[in-house]
Design a protein. Structure first.
Length: 157
């Protein structure tokens, strides 16, 4: 059996890695770009990123673990509840994700009926639908307003 973690081959000139993947007929290699956005071309850095739990590599997670009780969708919604006029880049900085990720989350929330967006000059104003129900079956009996009132205003950074 091949030890996959020890057979990652860096190509430092192009910042690419060949990662062995098991296929029915054996093992083949697929090139991929700089795994998890790491700056190091060292195989040991790639191995630690590949062995890390999902979403934890270099995330600067809170002490005591790498997970949170709320999703990024909930974080973005709470930021917009706190200030419906703030920019997506400001929300991204507060949540700790990219502006593009915030943009996708806002699109999800608009398509789901949780947000409406109106243009005010050159900026956007977001209004939360407080009557929208949470999506998971365990929380579906709660409304968005319940979530916002339970967690209160977010801390500004």
């Amino acid at each position: 059996m091949t030890n996959f973690s020890s057979s990652v081959k860096p190509d430092a000139a192009h910042r690419r890695f060949s990662i062995p993947v098991r296929v029915r007929s054996g093992v083949t290699e697929f090139p991929c770009l700089n795994v998890v956005g790491m700056r190091s071309a060292e195989p040991s850095a790639v191995n630690s990123a590949l062995d890390a739990p999902h979403g934890t590599a270099g995330s600067g997670a809170a002490a005591g673990g790498s997970w949170t009780f709320l999703s990024n969708h909930a974080h973005v919604l709470l930021c917009l509840a706190d200030d419906p006029h703030q920019t997506l880049s400001k929300i991204a900085a507060r949540v700790g994700i990219t502006s593009r990720a915030v943009q996708l989350i806002v699109s999800d929330l608009i398509l789901g009926g949780y947000l409406t967006r109106t243009k005010v000059g050159r900026r956007n104003h977001y209004q939360i639908n407080p009557d929208g129900h949470l999506r998971h079956p365990l929380e579906a009996h709660h409304r968005v307003a319940d979530l916002i009132s339970a967690l209160g205003p977010t801390a500004r950074s």
